[in-house]
Write a protein that binds this ligand. Sequence first.
Ligand code: ADP
Length: 244
Amino acid sequence: GGQWSDYLEVKGLHVEFDGFVAVKNLDLTVEHGDLRFLIGPNGAGKTTIIDAITGLTPATGSATFRGEQLLGKKPNDIVKLGVGRTFQTASVVEELSVLENLQLAEGFRKKTSDLFKKVKGVSQNIQYMLDVTGLTADAYKPAGILPHGKKQWLEIGMLLVQDAHLLLLDEPVAGMTPEERQQTGELLKRCSRNRTVIIVEHDMDFMRQFADSVTVLNQGEVLAEGSVEEIQNNDEVVRIYLGG
Ligand code: ADP
């Protein structure tokens, strides 16, 4: 399909835990090329939405990416539809080098049986991703010794190598230094040019600097949506979340 269908469309997404409604009939559309921030108080349902889209939590309703229904599919099959996510704690293989982690991700995209095959040479794709994520000089270091920021960039690089076109990131800059935040923002901005990027975040300075658009959630529902300026000038958002 062309880029016209390259967006995430969530309709009537509903998640309950033992009768508790965590996400309530939620509609959410995120366009190709958008860097969308998902904000809101703790317990608003942000992570649950990401979990539902990636197949980790059962949900009803609909969530399509590039026209393909994601709900009801297994997490691995959702990855193969171009959907990638990161967690708050980077899930890289600490014992393997940066390069091997990327090769693992590349292998996953191809065939699971090739996963642990010794790879000869470094593909152009991986060389490019090392460059994009600023990890070329660290390629042969074990991922476990990387500082927190670089681990997150490696994880993002792994999603890119997997050909993810919808990136779902859970608090990517938590625990980062100001410089790492800046670099992460620039990396994600670049990623979003030809992808769809959704970031769950509590760091409002980071949001102000890098968001194209913002969705504010409260108690499983959309409270407001718009540009950073619109969100900051929304009385209800200020009252419930931004404070003041
Ligand atoms: P946020 O990411 O916005 O902080 P979450 O999506 O983590 O919010 O949680 C939304 C609500 O759903 C919270 O009230 C949380 O306690 C509840 N919840 C999340 N996961 C589960 C679960 N596995 N079992 C029961 N309740 C859950």
